[in-house]
Design a protein around this ligand. Structure first.
Ligand code: HSE
Length: 412
């Protein structure tokens, strides 16, 4: 029998306990041993639960218990999660986490510590919830150089954009429904401003390209500025707007960004709707491989956590392929350095200025387009060139109300 401890009894923590119980027999068969939750750390009380006696409020009890071999951290945040994970590894216990904030901030340190202590630090559940992506990336696709990763990595924003696309709803109304349904938090900032997606693409990029990418190094935009008008213009050119996390290798540099993008309607990612996640990985040997499924929720995320627990039990010692070096920002393209094709929606008068500044543009169309609106695809240019041209437009009374990347050039 293998004893484990679960830190946190929220949606994911309770899902782990529940799924271990529900599929006890098959999980034991795959792990080669029964997996027993010996302790659960949570400050709250859960008196009605059949396993109420397992709760404790002192992490020291777990750390000092030599029978506990695996610590499952599902509390979220970096404090005290980092201290708990680091002390568990130092105490000779493997650590499994679903905490993307922790891995994006401290992945390199914790992987190094796991190597030094001969333990595992595993985090399959930190990206894509129930979708297997971490293990496929470093094991199944291990023979490839990864050229590009592009993912819809946040269910809440994908739900909001799906409502805007399908029902022509505005951003505020769609966010309200996401909150009513419990998808978006009361404070939805991390989702709608792109920070959650950023943490996840940083983890995937670190793994694929071999050195830690910190969220602060990534150009990150959310979806709060997307309007029903932009959705309509995207439709007029056979595209849909999705919030993407994107990482691409160009020569010896890596370009990483998070932001809304207009993608072709026949891209496999365009069909990823509602709260689902989808991730496209382009390997130099495999070409495109696409992963799709539930990116959040108690049981899907617990499924990924338990797969890591099984690995800790069956493959004791550090899994060497799960590793990356410290950050090396010289390998990252600077935000806006590389030329990008963008959709722009301008408001104002005197659109002649637009062509003087940007060259000939082909206006896009939507029903009921007002006379003071001009939308078009601007020629590819760097971020600094674009900024300079937008300020020239501003001087002439043309305000840019919509500014969205085009991903996947297709017919553009
Ligand atoms: N808030 C996240 C989402 C949860 O909506 O996808 C999973 O990380």
């Amino acid at each position: 029998m293998i004893n484990i401890a679960v830190l946190g009894h929220g949606v994911v923590g309770s899902g782990v306990v529940q799924l271990l119980e529900k599929n006890r027999e098959s999980i034991s068969r795959k792990a080669g041993a029964d997996i027993c939750v010996k302790k659960i750390l949570d400050l709250r009380e859960f008196p009605g639960l059949p396993y109420a006696e397992k709760f404790c409020t002192n992490f020291g009890e777990i750390l000092a218990d030599p029978e506990i071999r695996v610590v499952v951290e599902v509390m979220g945040g970096t404090h005290p999660a980092y201290d708990y994970a680091a002390s568990a590894l130092k105490a000779g216990k493997s650590v499994v986490t679903s905490n993307k904030e922790l891995v994006a901030a401290k992945g390199h340190e914790l992987l190094r510590l796991a190597g030094e202590t001969g333990q595992n630090f595993l985090f399959e559940a930190s990206v894509g919830g129930g979708i297997p992506i971490i293990r496929p990336l470093h094991q199944c696709l291990g023979a490839n150089e990864i050229d590009e990763i592009v993912g819809i990595l946040n269910g809440t924003t994908n739900f909001i954009l799906t409502k805007m696309i399908r029902e022509g709803m505005g951003f505020g109304d769609a966010l309200g429904i996401a909150q009513e349904l419990g998808y978006a938090e009361k404070d939805p900032t991390a989702d709608i401003e792109g920070h959650d997606t950023c943490r996840k693409i940083c983890i995937l990029a670190s793994l694929a390209f071999g050195s830690h990418v910190y969220p602060t190094s990534v150009d990150t935009r959310g979806i709060t500025q997307i309007s029903a008008e932009d959705v309509c213009y995207a439709q007029s050119i056979g595209r849909v707007i999705k919030l993407l996390g994107h990482a691409r290798k160009i020569g010896d540099k890596c370009e990483i960004w998070v932001g809304p993008a207009m993608i072709e309607r026949d891209s496999p990612l365009a069909g990823v709707e509602d709260v689902f996640n989808g991730i496209l990985v382009r390997g130099d040997a495999t070409g495109d491989v696409v992963f799709y499924g539930k990116g959040a929720g108690g049981l899907p995320t617990a499924s990924a956590v338990i797969s890591d627990i099984i690995d800790c039990v069956t493959a004791e010692g550090t899994i060497v392929s799960l590793h990356w070096a410290g950050a090396d920002d010289s390998k990252l393209a600077k935000p806006g350095e590389l030329p990008t094709t963008r959709y722009l929606r301008c408001k104002g008068k005197g659109f002649d200025t637009v062509e003087c500044v940007l060259g000939k543009v082909n206006p896009l169309h939507r029903p009921d387009k007002p006379d003071d609106e001009l939308a078009f695809i601007a020629p590819a240019m760097s971020g600094s060139e674009l900024e300079q041209k937008l300020s020239q437009l501003g001087v002439h009374g043309v305000e840019v109300a919509g500014n969205i990347r085009i991903w996947g050039q297709g017919e553009i």
